[in-house]
Design a binder for this molecule. Structure first.
Ligand code: FES
Ligand code: FE2
Length: 441
């Protein structure tokens, strides 16, 4: 199929209640439209404010293929500006991160901007006398994201002027970020080091769907986690369980385990698995940490925070969070079949270093390009990307545990863990954003 740009009916026809057309993963025009509509009208994760602790600290990323910079201003506030000089359009900052000092200065003709993006000086200003420069777009300085919100240190931006408010967009799904931050005895998080970057030669939605796909681990990860399990079983029974074995083994839990785990969905495509327990529930206790949490929050509240063991929370479409092991993964789409995944390890401020060690180990073990688990998933995404070229059946089936209840308004709620309900929710959000008039404004 082709010609989607001016044809909302054709786009709507791609998403059935329980199946989606293959074009959503393979059609370059749809990818362009996703960036212009869905990714511009959604609240997209930019970075964490701990990555820019001092005035002048910055981070540069692409959102919906547009270069943006996240910057700590002179007033201590964090801003998200478009990384584009107001003169002839050069990117103002080229590095991925750093400190720009008290001003932003373009490397081409030296226009400078204050840290809030306002134009400060132009060399030989007399050249603009009597030119009505004050009325130009350039005189306004750097453009800013249409809306920005910072929640527990997580910085989100919306590029489009139209779209849901931050609170309406995420609603109660923010409880997963709360649980992650609350795991610090002082309620604060810090990004620890650079992310693990893993380029995926597949469509971004395959990754996002997979985060709540609990029918794949026992099959796709049999070769990695299953091998670890078999090796472990050959050890004498009294052998102390190494951390990596503790982290590997739950991946090959059975169907019943993942089904009872539960999945919860929210409006706008968000969801999380692990409503009742998860693959992170049985890690060894760290008594010093438990005591610290009890001192900070009281026994009942500490128990409630640590008793939550959510598996993956999807903040559709750009961020996935694992509160129980303090890692997040950020989705950076590049082309219809190319997606950069950045995996960050977070430090619980005030917690013992054993927590950071556990999180960093997990991130390397599961999410790094060198992981023996991560490439199982990527192999499957790539297999889909290639398999979808086959003619004969143009539909991807998402029917597991489909029920009419999902069609009702307010269908958000809990379902059995192996249901494909979260993917259906993502595509409902996808179809709505892709067919809204003026979503690109
Ligand atoms: S392009 Fe930036 S100063 Fe000219
Ligand atoms: Fe997986």
């Amino acid at each position: 199929m082709s010609g989607y740009r001016h044809n909302p009916t054709a786009i709507r026809a791609l998403v059935r209640e329980d199946a989606v057309h293959r074009d959503v993963y393979t059609n370059p025009e749809l990818f362009d439209l996703e960036m212009e509509r869905l990714w511009r009208s959604a609240w997209i994760y930019v970075g964490h404010d701990s990555q820019v602790p001092a005035v002048g600290d910055f981070l540069t990323v692409n959102i919906a293929r547009q270069p943006v910079l996240m910057l700590r201003g002179s007033d201590g506030g964090v801003r998200v500006l478009l990384n584009r000089c107001a003169h002839k359009g050069a990117k103002i900052l080229g590095a991925g991160s750093g400190n720009c000092g008290k001003l932003l200065r373009c490397s081409y003709h030296g226009w400078t901007y204050t840290l809030d993006g306002a134009l400060r000086t132009v060399p030989v200003k007399t050249g603009y006398a009597d030119t009505r420069f004050a009325e130009s777009e350039a005189s306004k300085g750097l453009s800013s994201a249409a809306a920005i919100a910072i929640y527990r240190g997580f910085v989100f931006a919306r590029l489009s002027r139209s779209g849901a408010s931050f609170e309406d967009y995420f609603g109660d799904s923010l409880s997963s970020i709360d649980n992650l931050a609350d795991r610090s005895p002082v309620g604060r998080l810090e990004v620890s080091g650079a992310p693990l970057r893993y380029m995926h030669n597949s469509n971004w939605k395959m990754f996002v769907e997979n985060l709540n796909d609990t029918m794949h681990p026992m099959v796709a990860h049999e070769s990695s986690a299953g091998t670890a399990r078999d090796l472990w079983q050959s050890q004498p029974p009294e052998t102390a369980k190494p951390m990596v074995i503790e982290q590997f083994l739950p991946f090959v839990s059975n169907y019943d385990f993942f089904d009872k785990m539960g999945v919860k969905i929210y409006d706008h495509g968000h969801s999380y698995t692990g409503v009742n327990f998860s693959i992170h529930s049985s890690y060894s206790a760290i008594p010093e940490y438990a005591a610290q949490m009890e001192a900070a929050y009281g026994a009942v509240r500490a128990q409630a925070i640590l008793g939550e063991s959510r598996h993956n929370t999807v903040y559709y479409p750009s961020l996935t969070v694992k509160g129980a092991i303090q890692t997040i993964r950020v989705v950076r789409p590049i082309a219809v079949d190319r997606t950069l995944i950045e995996s960050f390890t977070l430090r619980l401020v005030g917690a013992p270093s054993a927590l950071l060690e556990r999180s960093a180990t997990y991130n390397r073990l599961i999410n790094a390009p060198t992981s023996v688990v991560g490439h199982d998933d990527l192999y499957c995404y790539r297999a889909i990307q290639e398999g979808l070229a086959a003619n004969g059946n143009e539909w991807v089936n998402l029917q597991r545990n489909y029920s009419d209840r999902e069609k009702e308004p307010g269908a958000a709620g809990s379902y059995n863990g192996t249901s494909e309900v979260s993917m259906r929710g993502q595509f409902r959000a996808w179809a709505a954003a892709m067919t809204v008039d003026g979503a690109g404004s």
